[in-house]
Write a new protein. Structure first.
Length: 405
């Protein structure tokens, strides 16, 4: 199989998939236009960027359950730096997440060497993938990539956005079609209102009888005076003595156009599981709200997505003999960076109880290693019994005896 064929575009298949995502089943509003809505763009962008910026590392689990970074494994560089020669880690992960949200599934082909170790991960457009299986069993499940051939499940990363059967993914766009359609219609209404010079439609009332030619000429004259395309949306109308203008269009205030557009932001955010604050709706935000939103975004929005990716990588990338001893984890500390004072208190607390060494802290701060930067613990504590009896600890007694000798 030729790896380069994975990057060949299949315009016909891509357009047919996109055309099937019509809001309300009719009209010209499609999935490709959903990203033109600012809230959809922001939600997709903030979720995909947040996942893509997190380091993802494999850990080796020893017999006692302790974990050590598995830097010698071939997958370490692929997951952290360069999945393939065409993409960086950031671009690869972002493409996978965007594909999940907008198309329901994210695919990546696993290229292996003769030993079975991974040597490359290649993002696949979902429009080029067809899943085949029988209804009674999934033992014969296969992925067919257009222009490439059939791929076994063990060699295909398959991330599902939302699923009813565990095989086929449903995009957020498909579930939110009514909300997105309403949002698009309200945007179009606002555009038409402002494009028309914020003018109102209405009826010209004439007390006398007009001929067909006079009615046509009067209508044409009025439209010309108030036509945005002619550059005179706020033209001056001249009414005769027997004419009167009666507006019939509901004004934006009565139609609650502004309220509708603001509600659309909140409703779209519900589908993506993103706080409106992350979509820059700060109408009800404060400093404490923004701070709490970041933690909520990690626990409610990103954590399930990260778990989904971690489990899929663990069970697909590694050989069967390695799966039980390897754990893939995202480093979420990047999203939890706080101010310098809070960060200093955090490192101080872990250093005092021996969890982190001096060099561990310097490593996380991107500082060079120092000699003898080992672990330390405070020793000015004693057992409760010794404290009650006012006795020194055994270590203190041994030290005193040693000094006497």
């Amino acid at each position: 199989m030729n790896i380069r064929s994975l990057f060949k575009r299949n315009k016909e298949q891509r357009s047919s998939f996109t055309d099937s995502l019509l809001f309300n089943g009719v009209g010209s509003y499609k999935q490709s236009k959903s990203m033109l809505l600012s809230t959809v763009y922001r939600c997709v962008d903030v979720i995909s960027d947040s996942v893509a910026q997190l380091p993802i590392e494999p850990y080796f689990i020893d017999k006692e359950g302790f974990k050590v970074k598995f830097e010698n494994h071939p997958s370490y560089y692929i997951l952290n730096k360069e999945p393939n020669q065409y993409m960086s880690r950031f671009s690869f992960m972002k493409a996978l997440v965007v594909s999940m949200l907008l198309k329901g599934a994210g695919y990546a082909y696993i290229d292996r060497d003769e030993k079975g170790d991974v040597k490359g991960l290649y993002f696949i457009d979902p429009n080029s993938v067809t899943i085949t299986y029988t209804d009674n069993t999934l033992m014969d499940l296969k992925y067919s990539i257009s222009g490439f051939g059939n791929v076994e499940p063990c060699n295909m990363i398959h991330l599902l956005n939302f699923t009813y059967d565990g095989i086929n993914g449903v995009s957020t766009i498909q579930h939110a079609n009514q909300t997105l359609s309403l949002s698009s219609d309200s945007e179009a209404q606002a555009q038409g209102f402002f494009k028309g010079g914020c003018n109102l439609a209405g009826i010209l009332k004439v007390s006398s009888t007009l001929t067909e030619k006079q009615r046509t000429a009067l209508k044409s004259s009025w439209q010309t005076a108030f036509n945005a395309n002619s550059g005179t949306p706020n033209g001056l109308a001249v009414l005769e003595g027997n004419m009167d203008f009666q507006p019939i269009t509901v004004n934006p205030s009565d139609a609650q156009l502004l309220e509708t557009r603001q509600f659309n932001v909140i409703d779209i955010c519900r589908f993506f599981g993103v706080s409106p604050v992350k979509a820059f709706d700060l109408s009800k935000a404060s400093y404490s709200t923004v701070e709490a939103t970041q933690l909520s975004f990690l626990t409610d929005t990103l954590s399930p997505l990260l778990e989904k990716i971690e489990l899929e990588f663990e069970r697909k990338i590694y050989r069967p003999s390695e799966k039980r001893s390897i754990d893939v984890r995202f480093d979420t500390s990047v999203l939890l960076r706080t101010d310098k004072k809070s960060q200093a208190e955090y490192y101080k607390s872990l250093f005092n109880i021996g969890v982190l060494s001096i060099n561990d802290i310097r490593k996380q701060l991107d500082l060079p290693k120092v000699e003898n930067g080992t672990h330390f613990i405070q020793c000015n504590v004693m057992t409760l019994d010794n404290a009650i009896n006012n006795k020194p600890t055994d270590n203190k007694i041994n030290n005193d005896e040693g000094n006497e000798e």
